[in-house]
Design a protein around this ligand. Sequence first.
Ligand SMILES: *Cc1c(COP(=O)(O)O)cnc(C)c1O
Length: 499
Amino acid sequence: MKINQNVYHSTRSETLTASSAQAVLQGISPDGGLYTLSRFSQDRISCEELLKMDTLPMAAEILSILLPDFSRDEMLSLAEAAYRGKFETPDLTPTVRVGEDHVLELFRGPTSAFKDVALSLLPHLMRASAAKCGVEDEILILTATSGDTGKAALEGFCDVPGTRIIVFYPEDGVSAVQKAQMVTQQGGNVCVCAVKGNFDDAQTGVKRVFTQVGRENLLSGSHVRLSSANSINIGRLAPQVVYYFSAYKAMIADGAVAPGETVDFCVPTGNFGDILAGFIARQMGLPVGRLVCASNANNVLTDFIRTGRYDRRRPFHLTSSPSMDILISSNLERLLYLLSGDAALVKQLMEQLAAEGCYQAPDSLMEKLQEVFWAGCCDDAGTRDAIGQVWNSYHYLCDTHTAVAWNVAQQYKAAVPDHRPLVVLSTASPYKFPEAVLKALGIAQQGGGFEAMEQLRKATGVPIPANLQGLDHKPVLHRDSIESGDMLDYVMKKAVNRS
Ligand SMILES: *Cc1c(COP(=O)(O)O)cnc(C)c1O
């Protein structure tokens, strides 16, 4: 199939273009910008038609609109390979009623984390994109993880032909459960290695390997090409657009809205990928009302959405919702472009952020932004209260990230009387953070992570997801541990020499 060269372009330059397959393969644009369309609007299919479809055909339709190098049929076979039989329910991401609101459960995938939705499909997209671009090299994914992403990426790439993955985790930086999830990973093309130090050491080490290897990302003397699976890749964003449509469909089925009426979504936010997918769904014609951005104590986005001033020069807080402990929300750059249509402005703001740690967005942009986005934040005490309140009032058990969103959703409803029926996005199983959830329920923890899981199950009767059961008894398959300076050697040894 012919590749269309002029579809995606950098958020920082409209002349730096790439086809959708090239954008997926490259991940980030060579000027440091993110690949975007000028607008994600579409007129290929009406919303009504889309909402009549089952989940996988709906996903195929939406994904082939977003990534036009792929036909609907091609996308359907990729989506089947990625999702069929790997999620707890055929609709992948069920929406359930909790009190007067709804919760969109994004954690029913193979590792009980919302990143499964995107990372299950990305390997298949990458492989197919490589084929379209005439790249025959093996793709080697390098990832540094603070916990959740690593396992979801391992599971997604496991045994996908033409790909390999090496995950580096900080020896002192992941929970016992997260470590057990990774070191028991099976698969012929996966490799997991501890790095002495903290997450920053692992992350910096991975970036250094990319720099050492050079621009073409080709490991010397080999047909192995490095790539990354991080959330600025459009191939990770596109699969997330789909669940906004399925949630809307579920809201109609539940009688919460009539077809065509708007729905508000409240999203626990870190790197701004999840909530941006909601904005893309809105541009594609889904009746999305407001997108509520929920942050923990690292509330740089709350301040930005309220005032237009982005300032990362502030204390970094370690919170009970660690996947949202982020001060630079990379995907926000795409929103700035989509609202302003001004690549020169985005380039200037991003350069200012890199040099000075802050920027002020123009009023005209902020007016457009505030028409759609509302923001709030909640600290660890508010998170605990929300878990307790949701459990006591509705017998619904939520994790710490979901609890932040729940808390902010209630703030939003109190502050904005004309709000619409609301969906809270739930991004992790409570069993991924059993210590914090037990504490929120007022139960004293009696052992390590695995004991806490069992204690939580006994106290609530909520079943432990199958993938997290018995992890402490599975054989450990990965025992490597290295200094962060030795990562390139390690990569060469594992990926080229295969020793
Ligand atoms: C990654 C993650 C988030 C944040 O999502 P972004 O797309 O980075 O905004 C929220 N909750 C959990 C559990 C996550 O793993």
